[in-house]
Design a protein around this ligand. Sequence first.
Ligand code: NAD
Length: 296
Amino acid sequence: MSDIAFIGLGNMGLPMAINLVKAGHSVVAFDTVPETQEKARAEGMAVADDAAKAVAAADFVITMLPNGAIVTRVYETIVPAAKPGAVLIDCSTIDVTSARTAHAMAEKAGLLSLDAPVSGGTAGAAAGTLTFMVGGQREAFDKASVILDVMGGKLVYCGDGGAGQSAKICNNMLLAISMIGACEAFALAEKIGLSAEAAFDVISTSSGFCWSVNTYCPVPGVGPKSPADNDYKPGFAAELMAKDLGLSQQAAEASGQATPMGARALELYSHFLENGGAGKDFSGMINYLRSATRGG
Ligand code: NAD
């Protein structure tokens, strides 16, 4: 069993860390929010006063934080405090440049490091079935696999440092596009008199099936339980999806690749956030579309 430091115990981090505790690992947690610290304590984790203390004895240091600026700031604290031989694993979704900066900081200190963002949402985090897409040294991946396996159903080694984040932003651009498509289909079904049940039963078993419909339906009362059944409480916040779409647009611009649907998805998520979407799950896009004017 390993000593693990877990930093950032929000919607995703807490259930991921709980699975590590359940598997018998010793987890020292740190989060800046006191209520979150309490939740971690209640789940059998030790809670450190700060990030440096959390990592002092850890074999593996996992971060699950909102964005690249926060990750690099936290790395400034944890890299000098980590013990020799520790493997740093950043599971946050962040820009490739910040991910490479974090790798460089670790490498300078002689530490192995991985960027290991995830897919599968809070349900996947709770069930331990996340997909990890991982960049960094192969040696770090081989060492960390036993830990990632506890939290994930599938590990994909994507290549050098930053490759995990590259995979993640491509996946999430597609997810945003498919969620907007699912929301459009269900909103149109409503308007033309088709029940949500009938729309779900047909689409989920026909060529329109996709994760956004089958697993995370944006309409309440149909399909598996999803944030739609909980007044669109995140889940995966619309702000985080807009962040990810910004990252894929940055990458598209830098590489010269046309991504017209990704660009439109970013516009729509920005409009949603300005019109009631702040603090809502990204599937709440359906409510924005219901109220949007045609051609808008
Ligand atoms: P969240 O906002 O619920 O959790 C982030 C946590 O980090 C919070 O508890 C916050 O207090 C803590 N935090 C912020 N700054 C900190 C600091 N300096 N030190 C310690 N703790 C700090 O976000 P989330 O939904 O758990 O997402 C976390 C990451 O995972 C994001 O990068 C997101 O894009 C990614 N992600 C989220 C989902 C999802 O469905 N929610 C799915 C895949 C990936």
